[in-house]
Write a protein that binds this ligand. Structure first.
Ligand SMILES: [Zn+2]
Length: 467
């Protein structure tokens, strides 16, 4: 979305200064012949931060501050510059102030109770305790008693091919304001991304697009789906370099590769030389590389060659030393457990899948999170039947069943997703300067994760898209 630069914070004393101080209490199985592969982000297990100081509004930072995945230890974390309380009686005017029972900023810090967030020019300007936020009498206010304010969610693994605008809007209305499309015909997905970016319609999601999945002839991609426009087949390092250069010149946002297909067959795979050529070329062009992987051995090759994230969890155990290597290199993981369940249901072997594979994927996820790995939430929508447009609750329920806390899940879906997409300076946390992509849900998702499926207000780029 075209987001304006942070506002300037000039109070607008249009009327007698009457600062308000509020105490809040208030597939479509697209199984397109193309998909089926994946990408992966990271999870952040963050240290708990001290309880937040109440808040404050103020002059905006001019630019987003980098990376807030780790909460600052200071108890004044939530503070921006304190408002001059004296001789300036005029309180600032904002485009909108949202008041809720709590605010979870996405960094992993504990929630701020009776919270407020102030928005101007499409950006978050201030967050903190509602009783401390001053604003002009003509500032519009949404007072959502009992609700929880969150950053807009990121689906770090989805496929948009063939979806209508109304279907795309279902994600945004659910609070998923950003999607990463990990594989589709470049003509189609790049055109969609560009049309959305140019149109400025905030009811459509921000798209980050990979274009075709890069693989070799005879790989699982071609054997399962056939040669199709959603694949780029390369043979040898020189061909791989040329292919990536061409994609970069075409404007893709990242490169998606597939290293392994299925665990039970031996099909052709990208060689280490081809992987190295792809990743070095992509890196030189400023592009991240996300990889489909099904096996830990393939994940190891991909990590050693330098991928940015794994778009799926392997179906076999990830060795601890490989988890350590991923953490050390900042390689993300997007488990997409839900898509595997969907495929198992489609193939009629879900009972066996739940007995044999699901526990392994849960264990991979738990150990990766416990090690402080970078997790991002994604469900591989479009890769299997049974996944729903909107909040990826199937995937969220798997993570909860695996033992992740609601806060870990929320951090992965917000700050984690932003980091895996390389957009952490722009979105993913409720931090002054970031885009005002905001999801407000009824209830407390830390007590009941199902609250994430109860949106009451969604903003995209500061514009209300669900109310
Ligand atoms: Zn996929």
């Amino acid at each position: 979305m075209g987001l304006a630069a942070p506002g300037r914070g000039a109070p607008r004393p249009a009327r007698p200064p009457r600062p308000h101080v509020i105490a809040a209490s208030c597939t479509r199985l697209l199984l397109a012949a193309v998909l089926l592969t994946a990408c992966a982000p990271e999870a952040a297990t963050l240290p708990a931060a001290p309880s937040p100081a109440p808040l404050v509004a103020t002059p905006l930072p001019t630019a987003p501050t980098p990376t807030p995945t780790a909460p600052a230890p200071s108890p004044t974390r939530a503070l921006v510059t304190p408002l001059p309380r004296t001789p300036t009686p005029a309180a600032p005017r904002y485009d909108l102030v949202i008041l809720g029972a709590a605010l979870i900023d996405g960094t992993g810090a504990p929630p701020i109770p009776d919270a407020a967030v102030a928005i101007r020019a499409g950006r978050i300007v201030a967050i903190g305790g509602a009783t401390d936020l001053s604003y002009s009498a003509d500032t519009p206010v949404r007072n959502l008693a009992g609700a929880t304010i969150l950053p807009g969610f990121v689906n770090a693994h989805a496929h948009t091919r063939g979806l209508t605008d109304d279907e795309l809007r279902a994600w945004v209305r659910a609070g998923v304001t950003t999607l990463r499309d990990l594989g589709g015909p470049p003509d189609e997905v790049l055109a969609l991304r560009d049309r959305i970016a140019a149109g400025g319609d905030p009811t459509l999601p921000r798209l980050v697009v990979a274009g075709p999945i890069v693989n070799v002839p005879g790989s699982f991609s071609t054997r399962v789906y056939g040669v199709n426009p959603g694949l780029l087949l390369v043979e040898g390092p020189d061909d791989a370099r040329a292919g990536i250069e061409a994609l970069a010149s075409r404007g893709v946002d990242l490169i998606k590769i597939a290293v392994s297909g299925r665990t039970d067959v031996s099909w052709a795979e990208l060689s280490n030389e081809e992987l190295a050529a792809i990743i070095s070329t992509a890196t030189a062009r400023g592009l991240r590389v996300s990889s489909h992987v099904d096996r830990a051995s393939a994940l190891r090759r991909a990590v050693e060659q330098g991928i940015s994230d794994a778009a799926h969890s392997p179906r076999d155990p990830i060795p601890d030393d490989l988890i350590d290597l991923m953490v050390a290199r900042g390689v993300g993981l997007v488990p997409t457990i839900a898509v595997y369940e969907g495929l198992a249901i489609e193939r009629g072997n879900v009972v066996e899948w739940r007995r044999l594979i699901q526990p392994v994927m849960y264990d991979n996820l738990r150990r990766f999170a416990a090690a402080g790995g970078l997790l991002a939430l994604g469900d591989d929508y479009g890769g299997a039947p049974g996944l729903t447009l909107g909040m990826p609750m199937e995937e969220i329920r798997h993570w909860a069943a695996a033992g992740l806390t609601p806060l870990q899940i929320i951090v992965a879906a917000t700050a984690g997703g932003a980091r895996v997409l390389g957009l952490e300076a722009e979105l993913g946390t409720l931090t002054p300067g970031r885009a005002a992509d905001i999801l407000v849900v009824a209830g407390d998702p830390l007590a009941d994760i199902e609250a994430l499926a109860r949106p009451v207000l969604v903003l995209h780029g500061g514009v209300v898209v669900r109310s």
